[in-house]
Design a protein around this ligand. Structure first.
Ligand SMILES: [Zn+2]
Length: 61
């Protein structure tokens, strides 16, 4: 199987599956967070967070 982020081959049973590493897993989380930030809403007062920095513990699934 290949990492959906960097397309690197991921060993079956790897702890971060389907990602090759925690880094790629966090990148994926960041992408989802970025999507949320794009939705206009009353809570849009928060400053934009670079995708690479997203994925803190406030992240909910
Ligand atoms: Zn990867």
């Amino acid at each position: 199987m290949k990492c959906p982020i960097c397309k690197k081959e991921v060993e079956f049973g790897a702890p971060q599956m389907p990602f090759c590493s925690e880094r790629c897993r966090l990148i994926d989380l960041g992408k989802w967070a970025e999507e949320e930030y794009r939705i206009p809403g009353p809570a849009a007062a928060a400053p934009a967070v670079p995708a690479a920095e997203a994925g803190e513990e406030e992240e909910a699934e």
